[in-house]
Design a protein around this ligand. Structure first.
Ligand code: GLA
Length: 742
């Protein structure tokens, strides 16, 4: 890992054994985006990356010079208003109303490690695992300073980028856009791939070729949302899971965002990501500082699978808190689908007792334990126990659950309020909304104005009373509606554009306060399922509820899409009842388990109603998961077959390539089918492996080149014992028998 600066060539080179990022200082002082990709070697100079150009209908910077226009350059952080007409990374309005800006290189610093962001989640590599280049640029007229941060990791093919604006002038500046990253790529022979969706169908994969002009995804919902995840991958048309170039950009942010691709008439691509400029305007007074969220950028020249594995490694080692990085996550049971709002303490204890017998380790009490919460019309905001349901209180209940040998977890939705609550009677003005307009609701609830410190603190004070009194080991933090009528009665007119960002800063502040005070509580974030599954949340909560949809078939697409970026250790996945509550489908307990293993495993059903045979099977599933959870959560994940067909397959191998699990799923039975052959990945070619179904060891080369033959479950004559009909699954355990000889 090295970051070098050649003062003669005015060239920065950030490189490790996998990637290079080259930045040059152009002749007008702007920064040229010269190269991002596989490691470059040999002497580098500006002339290798750019060319003076004299082109028709072009505007040039210097009088008498017809060779240098920003519109023809590839730029690191493009400004609006001089000669570049493509979308800018930064858009400011100075006190005179001018939006023309011209940030030029001033100086730079280099240091080991990386600074944390103030009030924002950020990557946190140790000093020996990363280096940072900070480039300082200034705009002479507005007297603003722009700091650009570039962090290079020692091992991974990834960089982190962000920006910061400091107002050094005597009057305020309005920030309308300050992107976290902008990259100018030399061509547009890429496919744009993103994760779109909705409630109970999160993170489906969509891919299309880049076209001239603008293409974008984003959120204006106050949360990153299930509509679009804050992640985009560009891949070459020929790139597969195992070969070819891919470049992924993900934001470490949970609020309104924009990821925008722009292809100009020369076929160059500008890829930007940051806070969504729509309805965003930040008033920066003299000497104040504004920081953008971070963007994590990963490069792969070995396919999309490699890109995902790099994201997984970076997230697991540099984002998730070290306390949870290598800690086994408990097998949990959540009472939501077992009881919904209809429970009392006796029922909960009975469920916990039965769960313990199955091997479950954590009992989670979901929605409905507080205030007057008997359905979704009331209770949010009143964070004190509902003594009609739990007469002896949460302290006693959590003690009883612990006495059964289980950990105790609790659901909260701290950002929300229902009308009709004590909190609403005391603070009707704490809602986000415009008193001159209608307040729209979602699930009968309203959003608290977390841009206000006193609101965040009010909720914090309520929560600590609960958490100080009870033995809580886990919290599921939910957020069940998106923002409407974004107006804060506490902000002046010129600061209304700050609300959405200030809101998410308030959410982060509450996370910070709670994780500081209760460092042993494991947090799982949730937003009506996976509606705020992003890197910002993972900084505080190492796992996220992937989707309210627990149907095994639907989950194939959801977990597959989620794995593009997020590690299995972050994906909440539970076995639930049949017919499934979201799609009414019946799948076998085996298939539901075989899908849920690939995440943080748990159950969400009434164990008291299960047959003895099902209980036996659940005991075996839990034993199996416990045997493999370290491998599943720390290993390398390989996608083998896409769920956008009848069969899905994936596998996990440990880092030593010695132990793994292969999973295969088929949605619909096929008539008179032949055998299938599944090619594995991630093995050592010459090592021998024992694998379920083979009497003798076979080589890695055989399993990867020829593949694993899968017997059809039913072809009119033969029937395999394990599964027939629709919705099948198989799991193979794989273990190295002899090491590869070099
Ligand atoms: C959301 C969550 C569910 C459950 C309910 C409770 O929908 O995603 O898992 O907690 O809220 O109201």
């Amino acid at each position: 890992m090295q970051i070098t600066y050649d003062p003669k060539e005015k060239l920065f080179h950030l490189y490790n054994h996998q990637i290079s990022y080259v930045i040059g200082i152009l002749k007008n002082g702007h920064l040229g985006d010269f190269y991002f990709g596989k490691t470059l070697t040999g002497p580098l100079c500006q002339a290798q990356f750019r060319m003076d150009q004299n082109r028709g209908l072009t505007n040039y910077i210097e009088t008498g010079d017809f060779s240098f226009s920003l519109n023809l350059e590839r730029l690191v952080y493009p400004c609006f208003g001089t000669t570049d007409y493509r979308p800018p990374a930064i858009d400011l309005k100075d006190s005179r109303g001018s939006r023309v800006i011209d940030f030029k290189y001033d100086s730079h610093t280099l240091y080991a490690g990386k600074k944390l962001k103030n009030g924002l989640p950020s990557m946190r590599p140790s000093k020996d695992r990363a280096m940072t280049l900070e480039i300082i640029c200034t705009d002479a007229v507005s007297q603003a300073t722009l700091k650009l941060f570039f962090t290079l990791f020692k091992e991974e093919a990834a960089i982190v980028k962000s920006s910061m604006l400091i107002n050094g002038g005597a009057s305020s500046i309005e920030i309308n856009r300050l992107m976290s990253t902008s990259m100018d790529l030399i061509d547009h022979d890429w496919q744009w791939c993103h994760l779109y969706g909705d409630w109970i169908k999160e993170r489906h994969v969509d891919t299309f070729p880049l076209h001239h002009g603008t293409q974008s995804i984003g959120s204006l919902r106050g949360a990153s949302s299930s509509a679009h995840n804050p992640f985009v991958m560009l891949k070459r048309p020929s790139t597969t899971e195992c070969a070819g170039e891919a470049l992924g950009v993900a934001l470490v942010y949970s609020g309104n965002f924009l990821i925008e691709g722009y292809v100009d008439s020369d076929g160059r691509t500008r890829l930007m990501a940051g806070i969504h400029p729509q309805n965003f305007a930040w008033c920066l007074e003299e000497n104040q500082v504004f920081e953008s969220p971070e963007a994590l950028i990963v490069y792969s020249d070995a396919g999309t699978g490699q890109m995902s594995r790099t994201f997984h490694d970076v997230i697991r080692t540099h984002l998730i808190h070290e306390k949870w990085q290598n800690k086994n996550r408990p097998v949990l049971i959540n009472n939501w689908e077992a009881t919904y709002f209809d429970f009392d303490a006796d029922k909960l204890i009975a469920l916990a007792k039965a769960s313990k017998k199955l091997g479950i380790e954590l009992f989670v009490l979901d929605d409905g334990w507080f205030g007057e919460r008997n359905d979704d019309t009331c209770g949010l905001g009143d964070w004190f126990v509902n003594t009609k349901k739990i007469p002896s209180g949460l302290g006693k209940l959590s003690e009883q659950i612990h006495a059964e040998g289980l950990q105790f977890g609790l659901w909260i939705e701290p950002e929300m309020i229902n009308r009709g609550t004590q909190l609403y009677r005391e603070h009707p003005d704490w809602l986000i909304g415009d008193p001159n307009r209608n307040y729209s609701h979602g699930r009968n609830q309203y959003i608290l104005d977390f841009s206000r410190e006193e609101v965040v603190d009010g909720i914090f004070q309520q929560l600590i009373k609960v958490l100080d009194d009870a033995q809580v080991d886990y919290i599921k933090w939910d957020m069940n509606r998106n923002m409407t009528e974004p107006f804060s009665t506490a902000l002046p007119a010129n600061r209304q554009g700050e609300l959405a960002h200030r809101y998410i800063l308030g959410v982060y502040a509450l996370y910070e306060k709670l994780t500081d005070r209760y460092p042993n509580i494991l947090f799982e974030s949730c937003s009506a399922g996976g509606g705020r599954f992003d890197l910002g949340m993972l900084y505080y909560a190492p796992q996220a509820w992937t989707s309210d949809n627990t149907d095994a078939v639907e989950r194939l697409k959801i977990q597959y899409g989620t794995s593009m970026l997020y590690p299995l250790s972050s994906m909440g996945s539970h076995v639930s009842d049949v017919p499934n509550h979201q799609v009414k489908r019946n799948t076998s307990l085996k298939m539901r388990g075989d899908v849920a293993y690939f995440g943080t495993f748990g159950y969400e059903l009434d164990v008291l109603k299960m047959s003895d045979t099902d209980c036996e099977q659940v005991i075996q599933q839990i034993d199996f998961f416990k045997k493999y959870r370290t491998l599943i959560h720390s290993g390398d994940f390989y996608r083998l077959l896409s769920p956008y067909s009848n069969q899905t397959a994936w596998m996990v191998m440990d880092k030593e390539k010695s132990k793994g699990l292969v999973a295969w799923y088929q949605v619909l039975a096929r008539s008179n089918a032949s055998y299938d052959v599944l090619k594995l990945q991630g093995l050592q070619e010459q090592a021998l492996y024992r694998i379920t179904g083979f009497d003798t060891p076979v080589s890695g080369a055989y399993l990867m080149q020829f593949g694993l033959m899968i017997r059809p479950s039913f072809n009119g004559i033969t029937t395999t014992s394990d599964a027939t009909g629709d919705y099948q699954s198989r799991i193979w355990e794989i273990e190295r028998f002899t090491k590869e000889t070099s």
